[in-house]
Design a protein around this ligand. Structure first.
Ligand code: SUG
Length: 442
């Protein structure tokens, strides 16, 4: 299946994008708590990134936002009456719960699911497990809807196998592809899947971060690998460095990114660095018959603090149509001296296939701890698998224009914390999503 390609499915930012400081351990989310957000700009920034990727010659698709506020969850928690009354009571008694139910966090599609390409799976189908996201309340109720969207988009069961969400328990906290990296000689070849977990749930003596929660458990990662029918030697489990989580790397994709045979990672990304790297190298070499290219960034060149501030490792590392690689970085990497210098040097020394670096502005998402790579879910598909997708979700020039126009007609320019009690926001969001559904043929 050498002709398989990678498609980036980006989450479209929803009309209620706001800053409520909901994610403990996510420094940007905490820093921007209760500041004014700009939903229209956020959505246009996301769309501009998608268009940029498509213009590079890469296949780009879009996933719809979810309906927010989640009134069903508010009612489940005892807020009653008509919609306006539910908002008013929640705003008065539990403003953080109201904000959680308004969160547009489904935009970070890297947390939507874990996906294994058909070539990795014993039954030759693409396997998908939507993430339960149990570790953060506001993200936990994305899961059921995400699962439904995945089943609707990847509907043909000759090609796609969907697994139910893992049980909604802290023991099985699953954050999707943000904690999984795939490496192979090329996207179409069989490869290895590296699952990076934050803690071991069933071992009370295991090392855990001291300050911040470790969201992904080993037991969740192992379950996904089993469900996806991965060949055991090709599925490896590496613990994320608790110090990285404590420095604000709440997902592995804040400190590491892989593409085909290249792994770019911070020296402090993994617990027991030498053993972890040796395990990755050995598994890759055994499975792929050649050595991987491992680019380690030392702390002396980029501190963990700068890695988290810049989101350098949340860049998208992609294979270009001419087979070279490009790194699509958040614009913050250009503004921080250490990452800027490191990127200049990366391009100067060439023992790796990365030939170009581009910068994209997704600041509205970055303010909530979501960089370029957080916004997308990677799916490697063979031509016949791609042809089985019937909805109008692949980004063309025409769809891009339509989506920008749709955003400009429906999204507010800004949202402040107080706006979350405005019942008109519900009507506006519903109208926007109803129109989008038709536009995307979902
Ligand atoms: O889960 N932020 C998201 C950011 C997710 C980034 N994704 C990846 N690294 N793949 C999170 O912490 C902030 C919401 C708020 O504070 O309003 C938030 O949910």
């Amino acid at each position: 299946m050498a002709d398989a390609i990678e498609i980036n499915f980006d989450g479209l930012v929803g009309p209620t994008h706001n800053y409520a400081g909901l994610s403990v351990g996510n420094l940007a989310s905490q820093q921007h708590r209760n500041t004014v957000s700009h939903p229209r700009q956020a959505a246009l920034q996301g769309l501009a990134k998608m268009k940029f990727m498509a213009d590079l010659g890469l296949k780009q698709a879009v996933l719809p936002p979810q309906a927010r506020p989640d009134l069903a969850t508010l009612r489940r928690l005892g807020f009653s009456g008509n919609d306006a009354q539910v908002l008013e009571k929640a705003h008065r008694d539990a403003p953080q719960i109201l904000a959680a139910c308004f969160s547009a966090s489904a935009m970070w599609a890297a947390n939507a699911a874990t996906v294994s390409p058909s070539t990795d799976c014993a039954d030759g189908r693409v396997h998908m497990t939507a993430a339960n996201l149990v570790s953060q309340f506001h993200r936990s109720f994305e899961a059921a809807h995400t699962s439904a969207v995945m089943r609707a988009v990847f509907a043909d069961d000759r090609f796609f196998s969907h697994h139910p969400l893992l049980p909604a328990s802290a023991h099985l906290g699953d954050e999707g592809a943000a904690n999984q990296m795939r490496m192979a000689r090329s996207h179409g070849n069989g490869g290895i899947e590296i699952f990076v977990y934050g803690r071991t749930a069933f071992d009370a003596r295991a090392e855990t971060p001291a300050r911040f929660p470790a969201r992904q458990t080993l037991e969740a990662s192992q379950s996904v690998a089993r469900l996806h029918q991965l060949d055991p030697p090709r599925a490896i489990f590496i613990q994320q460095n608790p110090a990285a989580i404590d420095a604000g790397a709440f997902h592995n994709d804040v400190v590491a990114v892989a593409n085909e045979n290249v792994l770019l990672y911070h020296a402090d990304a993994f617990a027991d660095r030498e053993r972890s790297i040796a395990a990755i190298r050995a598994a890759f070499t055994r499975a792929c018959g050649s050595e991987p290219i491992l680019i380690e960034v030392p702390t002396e060149e980029i501190s963990l603090g700068d890695a988290v501030r810049s989101y350098l490792f949340n860049s998208q590392l992609v294979t270009m149509p001419n087979q070279s690689m490009a790194l699509i970085c958040p614009i913050e990497c250009q503004e921080i001296a250490s990452t800027r210098a490191w990127l200049d040097e990366l391009l100067a020394k060439g023992a790796h296939p990365i030939r170009t670096v581009h910068f994209v502005d997704v600041r509205q998402s970055m303010n909530n701890g979501g960089g370029p790579a957080c916004l997308r879910l990677r799916v490697v598909l063979r031509p016949e698998e791609m042809a089985a997708i019937k909805s109008n979700i692949f980004l063309t020039d025409a769809l891009y224009v339509e989506l920008c126009d749709w955003v400009k007609r429906h999204y507010r320019e800004s949202l402040s914390p107080d706006d979350l009690r405005d019942v008109k926001l519900i009507e506006e969001s519903n109208a926007a999503l109803a129109e989008l559904q038709k536009l995307l043929g979902l």
